[in-house]
Design a protein around this ligand. Structure first.
Ligand code: ADP
Ligand code: MG
Length: 394
């Protein structure tokens, strides 16, 4: 074994031919400058500075599609302000909580409390007790505490808005310290359906982050590529190609950066000297496959069973229909001695699979034979879907 590794190191070395510093393509990396977000940075920083000077802070609600720079802008602003404040001996600190990842009220409030140095056990305290300790500690510290609740729609959908409302009102209990809340969401519907009382107090200031266009994505990618890749490794046209592809996907900077990173990884795996448009094309497919795989693996059981039947039928004859799928599905269920779902439910599941982009279905009118839905699966996606379904026993 050691020989193989020795040989590889001799051939390839530890240094990458392609990457100079791949960390800068990591989603958590915060660049020194954020092109095309100057206005948003200025507006947010100005607001927080005013709050730090003793005005009653108003809360901020930020929304925009994924990859429009919401998270990175907020992290950039709050971390810079904290640095400045500490060098000027001012009291300003922040808590950043991604509520999709920290998914219970206990974990959210514990993380907020920990950000000002409180020790909170993983379990065992009542939420109200953690909250009380946090408020007490905050007031004896006496500064401005910025609480960022990222992907806050996930939290509210799961746990309701009690904690948020409590935090919004906390300034009334505090005598010295102050709290500013910054909520971030990718989901505009969420804001529209938010309890109006919560919306008006949480979103006294609302900021919308617009999608980037291809040119803006180009600047962002170019800046990152210079740090991430060895000089001259990226072939001409690669960056504008990635930008154009991501601009089509609603201007998502994350997509653009992912494409560039995966293209580089593929070039490296192939032992190529440069990253080419061909690598970007392969990367597109690889990313798409990853997305398909994830969405199949996380489907509920019945959806998986229906998809499995569709795969079998499509493999046999290229396409199938709702009727055939239903027959195959209910036979299978009877063999397993289970009650099959109704035809209507199966039709709904088929529509959902279509909306998720796992199958392609088309309703055709066959005159006197009535209306049928023709179902297909993209050929290049069949292997991934089958792989993702391989553990489904039926
Ligand atoms: P959102 O939170 O809106 O979904 P992010 O802030 O996570 O989007 O941004 C997605 C990715 O794009 C991150 O890697 C981020 O660093 C990068 N990014 C977004 N906007 C910019 C920008 N203006 N300049 C540089 N990088 C950016
Ligand atoms: Mg985000």
């Amino acid at each position: 074994m050691a020989d193989i590794i020795d040989e590889l190191i001799r051939k390839r070395g530890f240094a990458s031919r392609i990457f100079r510093n791949r960390e800068v393509l990591h989603p958590d990396y915060i660049p020194d400058t954020l092109p095309h977000r100057e206005n948003e940075i200025r507006k947010l920083a100005e607001h927080l500075l005013v709050s730090a000077q003793g005005m009653r802070p108003s809360n901020v609600l930020i929304y925009g599609l994924t990859g429009t720079g919401k998270t990175v802008v907020v992290k950039y602003v709050v971390s810079r302000l904290k640095e400045k404040a500490s060098s000027l001996n001012k009291r300003l600190d922040y808590a950043y909580v991604n509520t999709r990842k920290l998914d219970t009220t206990y974990r959210v409030i514990a993380s907020i409390a920990q950000s000002i140095g409180l020790r909170v056990p993983h379990t065992g305290l009542a939420i109200s007790e953690v909250y009380r300790r946090y408020i007490n500690a905050l007031d004896s510290w006496g500064g401005l505490h910025i609480i960022v609740l990222d992907e806050v729609d996930y939290y509210v959908k799961r746990e309701g808005d009690d904690l948020i409302y409590k935090l919004v009102r906390a300034n009334e209990e505090l005598s010295k310290a102050k709290i500013v809340l910054i909520g971030i969401t990718n989901d505009v519907n969420f804001i529209e359906n938010l309890d109006p009382r919560v919306r008006s107090s949480m979103g006294e200031i609302e900021m919308v982050f617009p999608p980037y266009n291809a040119e803006q994505l180009f600047t962002i990618l170019k800046q990152r590529a210079e740090l991430a890749f060895n000089q001259g490794v990226i072939e001409d046209g690669v960056i504008s190609y990635c930008s154009a592809l991501a601009a089509r996907e609603h201007g998502d900077a994350r997509r653009a950066l992912d494409l560039l990173r995966v293209s580089g990884e593929i070039a490296e795996r192939e032992g190529a000297e440069r990253v080419t448009i061909e690598h970007v094309k392969k990367a597109t497919l690889e990313i798409e496959e990853g997305r398909i795989y994830q969405s199949v693996v996380t489907l509920p059981l019945h959806q998986k069973l229906v998809l499995k039947k569709i795969v079998e039928l499509v493999e046999g004859k290229g396409s199938t229909t709702t009727g055939e799928v239903y027959t195959a599905y209910s036979n299978m269920m009877r063999n397993l001695k289970y009650e099959p779902l109704s035809l209507r439910r199966i039709s709904e599941i088929i529509s959902q699979l279509d909306m998720m982009g796992l199958i392609i279905s088309e309703v055709v009118n066959r005159g006197k034979y009535g209306i049928t839905r023709i179902i297909k699966i993209r050929k290049d996606m069949l292997p991934v879907i089958k792989d993702a379904l391989k553990d489904v026993e039926a």
